[in-house]
Write a protein that binds this ligand. Structure first.
Ligand SMILES: [Zn+2]
Ligand SMILES: [Zn+2]
Length: 190
């Protein structure tokens, strides 16, 4: 757990600054699901940012570009199902892929994201050489047999990072910009 002490508001700490950047990226998210922003950092320098949405050139998720997102939480795609049919690229994936696209090595880098990475993003982050993960809000996994196996695998993956921590910070105290986000409730759109 990373405890961040809110400063006077005049100058954010490094940790606050990076989370503010992730939150700025999040404002660009275009997905009917949860909106997420992420930043990849190495040696205190930002390598790339990402937010979730459909791939380049594809219709936006909010414009019906993703069949799965459009029909999420219906009998077609109940909660947690059909992820393999989701065309939306996650914020963490987009941040890692943007680094690849522009030739930045992510080896030894840190990932700052507004939400705890999903199973897919976590394995990709590990494989991309990310050594630490800092996230702002959490989610709880569903139940069911396959979920139990997934949780075990998730725990195994997460143990490979030298740091995997929820950033504990009173959002409104962190920055006036965040007071607005806090009102949205756990940074979720719906
Ligand atoms: Zn979507
Ligand atoms: Zn993900």
């Amino acid at each position: 757990m990373v405890h961040v002490t809110a400063g006077s508001g005049a100058r954010p700490s490094k940790q606050e600054y990076l989370m503010l950047l992730a939150l700025a990226a999040r404002t660009r998210a275009d997905c009917l699901g949860r909106r997420v922003g992420a930043v990849v950092v190495r040696d205190d320098r930002v390598l790339s940012t990402g937010y979730n949405g459909t791939p380049i050139g594809m219709p936006n998720c909010t414009e019906g570009g993703c069949h799965r997102c459009l029909n999420r939480q219906t009998e077609l795609y109940p909660e947690g199902r059909g992820y393999d049919l989701c065309v939306c690229v996650h914020a963490e994936q987009n941040a890692l892929l943007a680094a690849a696209r522009f030739g930045q090595s992510t080896l030894g880098a840190t990932l700052h994201t507004t939400m705890r990475p999903c199973f897919g993003c976590l394995k990709e982050a590990l494989q991309a050489g990310i050594v630490a993960v800092h996230y702002l809000s959490d989610w709880s996994s569903g139940d069911g047999e396959d979920q139990e196996a997934l949780n075990t695998q998730y725990a195994a993956l997460r143990s490979r990072f030298s740091e995997f921590a929820k950033v504990e910070v009173p959002l409104a105290a962190l920055h006036p910009l965040l007071a607005e986000l806090e009102k949205e409730g756990n940074l979720e759109r719906r």
